[in-house]
Design a protein around this ligand. Structure first.
Ligand SMILES: Cc1ncc(COP(=O)(O)O)c(C=O)c1O
Length: 476
């Protein structure tokens, strides 16, 4: 179903806006029951953000000389992130559109820095823990850098530094650690990885996209944990998203470099065409200032005390969830989360049925598939807006976990079709697979365990094909 957004005669603004709001009526919302996607600083924060977004949307970050506010907003946000992450005076940074762009640019910077300083490296490689975000794989794909997967300790879910050390070679241009990883919420051994990087003179990126705004407050609140920021010698760049736990609207992340030489390698310039000269710090050309302005306003509006109070609540919710799960027979938390990202696996039951049952009880959670040392699990993102609901969630988890069936095989008809696809023997019968799985007009069925069991049983490569196929269906 589509709406004609380009009618012959224009439509009244009130009617257009009402229609637009109606379009979003089925969207996930910050109602305290969403344990994925939502980072809710509260209604006042959302309202401030909305107004600041509108106030800043006219500018274009493409040219900070024509829009001096672009320079101010960006320098102010970079300075705030740098001080939060204990950067030295030599630090420099960029505001990007999100975690993926920050991470991709950290890889691009390391690649171009190596091109300049180590021209003998013709097949650059980066060492990336199995648990690091998919955007490192995306960066490898886009920028022609080989991604070498580093094992994790299957108990702690933290990167195995010995494995990383063994994989280091003369073509390695970047080492990576997460603070924390999205899936399990655990911080990698950043000091040990940084020591390796320092020893070999290789850049190291800390992906603190999801945790970089939270963890310094956790320390302020009295928790003791190893350093992960620029206080660690050897860490050369850090990404931190403002559109997650800093409660800015989508489209705002900061990438920091310990010094400018690496940041300069991130930039792209082109004066070799017939239009204006291009110099882009990020992947985009024209850049909206809207999310940057909103982030600037939210940081100032909440202040450190506003964040501290919200993260205290989030940490209480996290502990309640971890302790609650430990008290439920048959369920376990993977690793020991350093913040509100909790992966719950089942000892022997089907976690996808568990997810369906939670959905039926009104919760929004994230079923996640087995990869490497990480088994299939249900992922929960605890944040200030849902933290107070955790006791109710735990009650429902206890009910949902009762008599959980063992993981069943996915539907035979679909498995047969996929086997042919995997061997390249057949074209993908998209419509038939969707029908077998109960997907209609791009809408997932209420019970989705069948779909998740299928994807979980498939190899990552076949999963990727299926995901592309599914997304293509949504936009056809
Ligand atoms: C650790 C980490 N890195 C990178 C990303 C990618 O961020 P984005 O979705 O903003 O592109 C995420 C997203 O959850 C993340 O958790």
């Amino acid at each position: 179903m589509t709406t004609n957004v380009f009618p012959e005669s224009g439509i009244e603004p009130d009617k257009v806006l009402a229609d637009l709001e109606a379009l979003a009526s089925d969207d996930l919302r910050a109602d305290g029951r969403a344990f994925a996607f939502v980072y809710d600083g509260g209604k006042d924060v959302a309202e401030l953000s909305r107004r600041a977004f509108a106030a800043s949307m006219g500018g274009n970050g493409l040219d900070p000389t024509a829009y001096p506010s672009a320079r101010r907003l960006e320098n102010d946000l970079v300075a705030a992130a740098a001080s939060h992450l204990r950067a030295p005076d030599s630090v420099s940074g960029t505001v990007t559109s999100g975690g993926t762009e920050s991470v991709m640019l950290s890889v691009k910077a390391a690649r171009d820095y190596a091109r300049k300083t180590r021209p003998e490296v013709t097949t650059p490689r980066m060492l990336v823990p199995e648990t690091a975000h998919a955007c490192f794989h995306k960066a490898a794909h886009y920028f022609g850098v080989e991604l070498v997967v580093v094992a994790i300790d299957p108990k702690t879910m933290r990167a195995d530094v010995e494995d990383m050390s063994g994989k280091l070679d003369d073509n390695t241009i970047l080492l990576v650690g997460s603070a924390p990883s999205y899936a399990h919420g655990v911080v990698d051994p950043i000091e040990e990885i940084a020591a390796l990087a320092r020893e070999r003179g290789i850049p190291m990126h800390v992906d603190a996209c999801i945790g970089g705004w939270v963890l310094p407050f956790k320390r302020e609140l009295g928790a003791e944990f190893p350093n992960f920021d620029f206080s660690v010698d050897g860490v050369t760049s850090i990404s931190v998203d403002l559109h997650k736990y800093a409660f800015a609207p989508k489209g705002c992340s900061v990438l920091l470099h310990r010094d400018r030489t690496l940041r300069d390698a991130q930039y792209y310039a082109c004066a070799n065409w017939s239009g204006y000269c291009v110099v882009n710090p990020t992947m985009l050309g024209s850049r909206s200032l809207a999310a940057m302005g909103a982030a600037w306003a939210v940081l100032r509006g909440l202040g450190r005390s506003g964040y501290r109070e919200r993260f205290e609540r989030m940490m209480r919710g996290t502990h309640a969830l971890v302790e609650g799960v430990a008290s439920i027979d048959g369920l376990r938390v993977l690793g020991s989360p350093d913040m509100g990202l909790v992966a719950v696996a089942s000892e022997s039951g089907d976690v996808f049925t568990l997810a369906d049952r939670l959905t039926a009880l009104g919760w929004h959670v994230q079923p996640t598939y087995a990869v490497g040392s990480s088994p299939a699990h249900v992922h929960f993102t605890v944040e200030p807006g849902n933290a107070d609901a955790v006791p109710n969630l735990v009650d429902d988890l206890r009910v949902a976990a009762q008599d959980l069936p063992a993981m069943q095989a996915p539907p035979q008809a679909v498995v047969g079709m996929l086997a042919a696809v995997a061997t390249g023997a057949a074209a993908i019968p998209v419509g038939q697979i969707m029908k077998e799985l109960g997907v209609e007009d791009g809408k997932l069925p209420v019970e989705q365990a069948n779909i998740h069991r299928l994807l979980n049983a498939a190899s990552p490569e076949v999963r990727e094909q299926l995901l592309v196929m599914f997304l293509g269906e949504l936009f056809s």
